[in-house]
Design a binder for this molecule. Sequence first.
Ligand code: UTP
Length: 476
Amino acid sequence: MNERYLRMMGKLAALGQERALRFWPELDENSRRRLLDQLDHLDEEFLAAQRQRKWPLVAAGAGNLDGFTPQPYIPLPASREEEERWDRARRDGEKLLAQGAVAVLVVAGGQGTRLGYPGAKGKYPVGPVTGRSLFQYHIEKMVALERKFGRPLPLYVMTSPANHQETIGFFKENNWFGKDPRTIICFPQRMLPVFDNCGQLLLETRASLSLSPDGHGGVLYALRKHQLLEDMRRRGIRHLFYFQVDNVLVRIADPAYLGFHDQMAAEMSARTVRKRDPWEKLGHIGRLDGACKVIEYTELPEEKKTARNEEGGLLFGQGSIAIHLFSLDFLERLARQKIELPYHIARKKVASVEDQRAAAADGGLNAVKFEQFIFDAFSFANRILVLETDRRFEFSPIKNREGEDSPATARRDLSEMFAGWLEACGISPRRHADGTLAVPIEISPLYAMSADELQAKLPPGLDTEREILLEEHAGA
Ligand code: UTP
């Protein structure tokens, strides 16, 4: 143990981080071993770069945005001609699915602090009638696509060390929701050390470091580390569909989106919705200094948020909903060229053994966290597609415990979407006088994925006065 301690001390001293072992004399053998294990797992390159401030850092504020202009996008179809263009894209996307050239990536490693749910967020019971989990919805959509196109649709799930075993356990308990387990690949994201305000490793306890997941952008690092780009290549994948686990409405591997992305030979794509108002909390895709850049709502200056275009609409009227497509060629190029996403710095309040007095003067913000954001990959892409979508059918994230973007709004939006399908089939679920639904509705993706599919198998005599549940029955 002593030898291991001395080796680690030497390494930390070279990085200016030897204070991390200052409680060593007080620790018992087990605690010492655990602390050394944690230190062994740290990414040395990251620590060295942190010391020298070597990498591109994005501190609070995005710099001068005077020249930031919106990225052109393809709007939802508004004419016969545009409808036909979307239909052609849909058919092209369907061909890609039928070739087995598409895989899906969900990022599910976040801590879900705002929601405050004790388990992995993907386990959250959101189904309006049965309490189907987010994971079940997503995976059933994929199984439905696999049946339709007759090819496996591999799913890559990014977890974090904190919820990795829990996530795999949940899939096993539920028999992988009917999907072939060989097509579900779970991998944990990297944990990064948290620093104090002086750049020293922060200790959570005397015997443990404070660690934090490296952000959704960490998925690029994790895919490389776990050799999953090679895995995709072996499976014949050409395009990767990316989404966040908390968006219950996401249209996984939407053929029209895939088709446009492929037709344009885009390296990376984004789906956007028309913003509800200038201040909606979505990212803005635009161009700055010749490259594509996504600026978060917190960073876009007020005059840009409210600026109008020639038609009188908002200049930055589209918001990104974190549904992306990557071409595998692009991801491989980033890996080959050793391109790293920048790190965003967030100052936080976290539990630690440190004397809190110094931080108290600073509003209690005692810690500095580093995170990567997936949308920063846009600035490295040569060809980009931005495609508008209708939020009612594609975007309802669960972020907060209550209020907007909460379980209540997700259940409402799901029920409303299903009600729309039923209404298109001539069935009217009960509504209150103000037009809101009076009954919860849930349709399994294995039963129907659209109004058209529903029409074909609608049971006769559906009771529209009570909750409506349409599920595939065993053997159906
Ligand atoms: P959010 O930034 O909304 O974070 O993540 P969150 O963890 O869900 O919630 P808060 O901010 O702590 O309240 C958007 C998506 O990115 C994933 C999340 O799981 C979610 O699907 N994510 C986020 C990761 O996979 N890893 C991270 O380090 C951060």
